[in-house]
Design a protein around this ligand. Structure first.
Ligand code: PMP
Length: 393
């Protein structure tokens, strides 16, 4: 039995995949042409699968802020937040995020992945219980594993199932943390947050919401689903990432629990990794400022999302349960998804392909994500490419 024998299944799947679609795992963005276009395999394509919801990675203000930070502070911090990796810019961004959400305390982490890893491995431990939505992101599952908390899953977006488990598990001296996402990254649907918040209050549990895909996308001020649903006071912890609407790299947790500060001292993913670079911090800070002052970006994003969702639905594709900037197109057979994905690329449209077991219900997904930077003409082109794929089938 060799070290690599355990990867036999993956190797076999890769061989099948490569026969059908050699480019899939080797997609290289050869050149970025704009927020919505790139060169892939030597040809110009529309990017419709990048989580670049607001088009900010190429915004002048964000690029200039990042360049200034590099000039002033260099390319990396070469240290963890706990040692020499906390610059005044990290602290200033924490203050900005606290102000944005109207909360007392914020911790900035190196990525959204490490924010979840840190929070779930440290906030709760073996004596506590986490009740999580079955469709939660891998970083949430990994954080739970790292800290050894008892984990129970409830069915995706099923409040009755959550309540049933709360009833069964409630014990004195056991803290229960409910964990879910605002906008789900695969199906693009919202959590029923108002109902969950009320169940949470009834059972005296805590609530953590990962707003990775909803920051800058939902709510009057872009604060996410908690704001849109009007239940911000019931949400104890909001986790987010800089890697989507903010167009940078980094993550955070914000809360009104002042004890959040303790996490800095107790959390391995905070202590044992280098902090986010000065350029990433500066870009995220500039992007947050744009989200605050340009609500019209959110409106543009939703116009595009509604338009593409409507067109794909009209064509008879199996899309997600509600209009959203994340639009999954579902295929029962993996081979058909591969063929559609290849054809879309041939038509000049790039979307994400997501395969089981990463998908919620075992189907293969072509996952589209829209941006405020897409023009309506580009949205039409994306719809046109899907229409050509459907006609071929
Ligand atoms: N949470 C969710 C819901 C995500 O979709 C992602 C990224 N795909 C993350 C956390 C991790 O964020 P990051 O890319 O900043 O590590």
């Amino acid at each position: 039995m060799g070290l690599f024998d355990k990867f036999e299944n993956i190797t076999a799947s890769l061989n099948v995949i490569e026969q059908q679609c050699c480019a899939f795992f080797n997609i290289i963005i050869e050149e970025i042409l704009s927020a919505t276009e790139a060169v892939i395999n030597g040809r110009r394509v529309i990017l419709a699968g990048t989580n670049n919801y607001l088009g900010l990675p190429l915004r002048k203000e964000c690029k200039e802020a990042a360049c200034r930070a590099i000039e002033k502070e260099g390319t990396g911090t070469t240290g963890s937040r706990m040692a020499n990796g906390t610059y005044s810019s990290h602290v200033a961004l924490e203050q900005d995020i606290s102000d944005f959400y109207g909360r007392s305390n914020t911790i900035v982490f190196t990525t959204g992945y490490s924010a979840n890893l840190a929070m779930l491995s440290t906030l709760v431990g073996p004596k506590d219980i986490v009740l999580l939505d079955a469709d939660c992101h891998a970083s949430i599952y990994d954080g739970c594993r790292l800290g050894g908390v008892q984990v129970y899953r409830f069915r995706h977006n099923d409040v009755d199932d959550l309540e049933k488990r709360l009833k069964r598990l409630r014990k004195q001296d056991t803290n229960i943390l409910i964990v879910l996402e605002g906008l789900y990254s695969m199906l693009g649907d919202r959590a029923p947050l108002r109902e969950i918040a009320s169940v949470k209050e009834e059972y005296g549990a805590y609530l953590l919401v990962d707003e990775a895909h909803s920051l800058g996308v939902l709510g009057n001020r872009g604060r996410g689903l908690s704001e849109e649903a009007g239940v911000e006071d019931a949400v104890d912890f909001i986790v987010g990432t800089f890697s989507k609407s903010l167009g940078s790299v980094g993550g955070f947790c914000t809360s009104n629990h002042k004890e959040l500060e303790i996490i800095r001292y107790a959390s391995r993913p905070y202590v044992f990794t280098a902090s986010s670079s000065p350029a990433n911090i500066a870009a995220a800070k500039a992007a947050l400022e744009i989200i605050r002052r340009e609500p019209q970006l959110r409106e543009r994003l939703w116009e595009n999302a509604d338009a593409l969702y409507g067109r794909l639905k009209e064509m008879g594709f199996r899309v997600g349960p509600e209009p959203s900037p994340i639009i999954p197109v579902r295929f029962e057979e993996v081979a058909r998804a591969f063929s559609a994905w290849n054809r879309l690329l041939d038509q000049g449209v790039y979307v994400n392909m997501v395969l089981p077991p990463a998908t919620p219900d075992g189907t293969a997904l072509l996952r589209c994500s829209l941006s405020a930077a897409h023009t309506m003409e580009q949205v039409e082109k994306i719809a046109g490419a899907f229409s050509a794929v459907r006609d071929f089938e």
